[in-house]
Write a protein that binds this ligand. Structure first.
Ligand SMILES: N[C@@H](CCC(=O)N[C@@H](CS)C(=O)NCC(=O)O)C(=O)O
Length: 206
């Protein structure tokens, strides 16, 4: 049985949980807030969540966990079978992760821990988010899913990255990330109704 370590408040933990539901794999959730303690770092070397345990072995990083789960359980596939199309999904996922989510995350200390972020950082975040949004808007297909007609990995990263990044951008730097992106906004609404995602949301609330 797979053990999933972390907390539902983490967008990447929630993403991994939704992925496990999509794959129909049984798993057990173990509450584990981030830590720099030695036993935690054995599971997740940066002390982050999520991580998984399989037969006494550990793995961190949501994309690494995805790679393992996709190989272990190829159906339903979260990547297109066409090699180039699969690469394009990873291109979109990487830009969403690195150029949207990770940029907006610089504002997290202000929103979550009341530690003000400097005006200089906020200006840089705004500029970097504008650049990132231009980049990802070139890659989204939204027909109706992120990368085309099939639900997959890009949809999971869209939902869980834009969820957090949108909130941080709006509340800390006053930017509505999706104001000029109605197609991504529509996709977010569609994805919220996806049974795997809706179940994760319901379980987070309860
Ligand atoms: N690149 C990692 C990011 C994971 C991540 O940033 N996790 C956050 C929660 S969403 C965390 O554990 N933060 C605590 C910390 O940085 O110490 C992934 O894709 O899994």
């Amino acid at each position: 049985m797979i053990k999933l370590y972390g907390l539902l408040m983490s967008n990447y933990y929630s993403l991994t949980k939704a992925l496990l539901f999509e794959k129909g794999l049984e798993f057990e959730e173990v509450k584990a807030p981030p830590s720099q303690k030695d036993d935690y770092l054995r599971r997740s070397p940066m002390g982050k969540m999520p991580s998984i345990e399989v037969d006494g072995q550990f793995m961190s990083e949501s994309l690494a966990i995805f790679t393992y789960l996709e190989r272990r359980c190829p159906e339903p596939a979260m990547l297109p079978s066409d090699p180039f199309a699969a690469g394009k999904v990873m291109e979109l996922v990487n830009h969403v992760k690195l150029d949207i989510e990770l940029v907006a995350r610089r504002c997290l200390p202000e929103l979550l821990f009341g530690k003000p972020v400097s005006d200089e950082t906020k200006e840089q975040v705004k500029a970097d988010l504008a650049k990132g949004m231009k980049a990802v808007s070139r890659l989204y297909v939204c027909d109706p899913y992120a990368a085309g007609t099939e639900f997959g990995l890009a949809d999971l990263y869209t939902f869980y990255s834009f969820g957090l990044a949108g909130m941080l951008a709006k509340q800390v730097v006053g930017v509505d990330l999706l104001a000029d992106q109605p197609q991504i906004g529509g996709l977010m609404e569609l994805l919220a109704k996806r049974p795997s995602i809706a179940r994760v949301t319901a379980e987070s609330a309860g």
